[in-house]
Write a new protein. Structure first.
Length: 466
C-alpha cells in the first residue's frame, strides 16, 4: 500500500486514547489499558487495509478506534466464553461445549466455592483422598469394584497405559487404532505413555489367535478401543470380549477397555442404534474401563476409570495422576451428575438425555407452537419439515435422530447472511444451512430458551422483513 505511511499518520496518539479510556474505565489499571490500546494500534499499523483509513478524517478515525477499544475492553471484562443457543440439532456438539448441564444443578457449586472437604476426612480429621468423593457412586452405578476420574478420557487412557504398559508391549487390534478430534491418535498416545504398540489383526478382521500369538513375557496389557466415532461393516470379525478377557487373565495381564462415549442403560439403544453399555463391559470382566464424562453420560468434561480395585489403585498411585486430577468444582459437578443416575427417571433429570431422547412427534409439536408465536409478517418465510439430528462428539456415528425442524428462507437474502447475523447477536444463535435455507432444530434448544430465541429471531429478521 503505497500511501500507508500517510494514512497511518492519521492515527491518534496513545495518550489521547488513554485519557478517554481511563475516564470510561476508571477502575482498571492504567498500564493494562495502555497495553490494550497499544496492541490495537499495532494491529492497525500491520493491516491498515482492513480499517478503511483512507475514507476517514482524523477525528472520525479517533472516534472509531475509541469505540472499538471500548467495545473490546467490555468484551474482555465479560469474558470470551459466553452463552449461545444451539439450534443445530447436534446434541453433544464439541464446538459448543458438548453435553449441556442443567443450570439448577450448577447452582449447587456455590456450596464448595470457598473451602470444602476436598482432601480432609471429616470423621477422623486426617488427610483424605479426593478420589473418594466419586468412588462409591461409580461403584454403585457401574458395578465395578472401584473408580475415580481425571480431566478427560484421553488422560484416563494415557494414565492406564502408563501404569501398566510403560516400557512394555500393549496389544491393540489394527481395527481399533482410532483417531479422535484434534488428530489425537491412539498409536501416538501409546508412544507418549511409554508403551510399545503391538499391532495385531487387520483393519476388518481380528481373531482370538491373533491375541494369543502376540502375548509374550514383555506384554503389559491388552487394550480394546471402542470405535465410537466410526463403524467397520461388512466382511468383519472380532472375538467376543469374554474370550479376550479369559485370555488376558490366563496370562495374568490386565485387559483395558477404552469405551470412549460411555453409554449407560438410558442411552445404550437410541432409535434403533446401539452402543456398548458401561455395566456390560464391567460384567464381561474387563479389568479397567474408561469413558468420557461429557458425552453420553451427560456431564462435565472428565475421564472416568472404573474396574478391579487392585488395578484402579495402581492407577491412582501413579505420580502422573497429579497432573491429570480434577479440582473441587469438577468433582462436585460430576458428583451431582452421577447422583441423577440413582433415580428411576434419570434421563428426565439430565438435559443432554432429554435432547437425545426427544422424538419426532414432540419436536414437531414444539415447532408448530414456535411457528405461531412468530409475528404474522414473518410466518410465511418459515416452514416445518422432517430432518435428522445428530448425537455428536463421535458417539453413534451412523445414527440419525428423527427430528422436525423450522426452515427459514427469505427471498433475495442469502442463508449465509441470515446465519451470520444470528451468530453475531449478543446471545449468538448457531444454526446450519441446508439447500440454501437456514435450519433451526429445537431438539437442542431447551424449552425455557424458546422465548429468548424468538426475541433474537424477531430482532434479527426485522431488518429483512417489513
Amino acid at each position: 500500500m503505497a500511501d500507508s505511511p500517510n494514512l497511518l499518520a492519521k492515527l491518534p496518539p496513545v495518550h489521547v486514547l488513554l485519557n478517554r479510556l481511563e475516564s470510561e474505565f476508571p477502575e482498571l489499571k492504567p498500564e493494562i489499558v495502555k497495553r490494550f490500546a497499544q496492541s490495537y494500534l499495532e494491529q492497525i499499523r500491520r493491516n491498515p487495509q482492513d480499517f478503511n483509513l483512507q475514507n476517514k478524517t482524523r477525528s472520525e478515525l479517533e472516534e472509531q478506534i475509541f469505540e472499538s477499544l471500548s467495545f473490546r475492553i467490555r468484551n474482555m471484562l465479560e469474558g470470551s466464553l459466553k452463552k449461545v443457543i444451539n439450534a443445530t440439532g447436534v446434541v453433544l456438539h464439541t464446538g459448543l461445549g458438548r453435553s449441556p448441564l442443567n443450570p439448577e444443578l450448577i447452582k449447587n457449586l456455590s456450596s464448595v466455592s470457598r473451602y470444602c472437604n476436598l482432601e480432609i476426612d471429616l470423621e477422623s480429621g486426617k488427610r483424605g483422598q479426593r478420589n473418594e468423593h466419586l468412588s462409591f457412586l461409580l461403584q454403585l452405578l457401574s458395578g465395578a469394584e472401584d473408580g475415580f476420574a481425571v480431566n478427560n478420557n484421553a488422560a484416563a487412557v494415557m494414565l492406564m497405559l502408563n501404569t501398566f504398559g510403560y516400557g512394555k508391549e500393549v496389544i491393540l487390534s489394527r481395527s481399533e487404532m482410532i483417531e479422535i478430534g484434534g488428530s489425537f491418535r491412539m498409536p501416538e498416545v501409546m508412544l507418549s505413555s511409554g508403551c510399545i504398540l503391538k499391532e495385531i489383526g487387520t483393519t476388518n478382521k481380528t481373531h482370538l489367535k491373533d491375541y494369543e500369538e502376540a502375548v509374550n513375557e514383555n506384554t503389559g496389557a491388552i487394550l480394546i478401543c471402542h470405535p465410537s466415532n466410526y463403524a467397520v461393516q461388512g466382511f468383519t470379525h472380532k472375538p467376543d470380549l469374554k474370550e479376550i478377557v479369559s485370555l488376558a487373565h490366563r496370562h495374568n495381564i490386565p485387559l483395558i477397555y477404552d469405551l470412549g462415549s460411555g453409554s449407560t442403560e438410558e442411552t445404550s439403544k437410541l432409535f434403533g442404534g446401539e452402543e456398548p453399555e458401561i455395566n456390560a463391559i464391567v460384567r464381561a470382566g474387563a479389568d479397567l474401563v474408561s469413558f468420557s464424562g461429557d458425552k453420553l453420560l451427560g456431564g462435565p468434561q472428565a475421564g472416568i476409570i472404573v474396574g478391579k480395585r487392585k488395578y484402579v489403585e495402581q492407577c491412582a498411585n501413579n505420580h502422573l495422576l497429579r497432573a491429570l486430577r480434577l479440582d473441587k468444582l469438577m468433582i462436585k459437578i460430576l458428583q451431582l451428575i452421577l447422583t441423577q443416575y440413582l433415580y428411576r427417571n434419570a434421563s428426565d433429570r439430565l438435559e443432554a438425555h432429554r435432547a437425545l431422547l426427544a422424538d419426532e412427534k414432540s419436536l414437531k409439536e414444539r415447532c408448530e407452537r414456535f411457528y405461531y408465536m412468530l409475528p404474522a409478517a414473518m410466518q410465511p418465510f418459515f416452514k416445518i419439515t422432517k430432518a435428522s439430528g445428530k448425537v455428536g462428539s463421535g458417539a453413534y456415528p451412523l445414527l440419525k435422530l428423527p427430528s422436525a425442524v423450522l426452515r427459514l428462507n427469505i427471498p433475495k437474502v442469502t442463508a449465509k447472511h441470515i446465519s451470520d447475523k444470528l451468530r453475531k447477536n449478543d446471545v449468538p444463535v448457531i444454526t446450519y444451512i441446508d439447500d440454501e435455507e437456514v435450519v433451526i432444530d429445537l431438539r437442542t434448544v431447551p424449552e425455557d430458551e424458546e422465548s429468548l430465541l424468538l426475541d433474537i429471531l424477531v430482532k434479527t429478521l426485522s431488518a429483512f422483513v417489513g
